[in-house]
Design a protein around this ligand. Structure first.
Ligand SMILES: [Zn+2]
Ligand SMILES: [Zn+2]
Length: 138
């Protein structure tokens, strides 16, 4: 098994096999994953862990800014991805729940001027939803 370490382990988080695997899985995922999907991947290569352990670890990584949590409107499921300098937004299909990555972030350029007053923007969410080609033809 190829095991890729992160360049540096985030400070303040205890390193465990599960957590290492969690970051590895997210790093190599083509799309954001739900906690269940992450859990399923971890279980393949490691001794059993519980889903609540996965959630607890995710919360720790989120607090450190290592992982970003995305919640999708009208959809109870939260998905997770590694925080990247080049972040991505996704359009979500209401029919099949597939996520379609957007080419670029439309918010980033215009946001600072819109707020003004020295407000420091540290992040944003953008929710785009509708029906994909396949679902809109049904
Ligand atoms: Zn669809
Ligand atoms: Zn953005």
């Amino acid at each position: 098994m190829i095991h890729e370490n992160l360049e540096s382990w985030p400070a303040g988080i205890i390193k465990t096999k599960h957590r290492e695997r969690m970051l590895f899985v997210l790093k190599n995922a083509a799309k954001p994953l739900s906690a269940m999907e992450i859990w399923a991947e971890i279980k393949k290569n490691n001794p059993p862990s519980s889903l609540s352990t996965v959630y607890r670890s995710l919360e720790q990584f989120i607090k450190k800014g290592v992982i970003t949590k995305l919640t999708i409107m009208n959809h109870e499921l939260a998905v997770y991805e590694l925080t990247r300098s080049q972040h991505k937004h996704y359009a979500v299909c209401w029919g099949c729940q597939k996520m379609f990555p957007m080419e670029y972030c439309p918010v980033e350029q215009s946001l600072p001027e819109m707020i003004g007053d020295g407000f420091q923007v540290k992040g944003h969410n953008l929710e785009i939803y509708g029906y994909c080609r396949e679902c809109s033809q049904q």
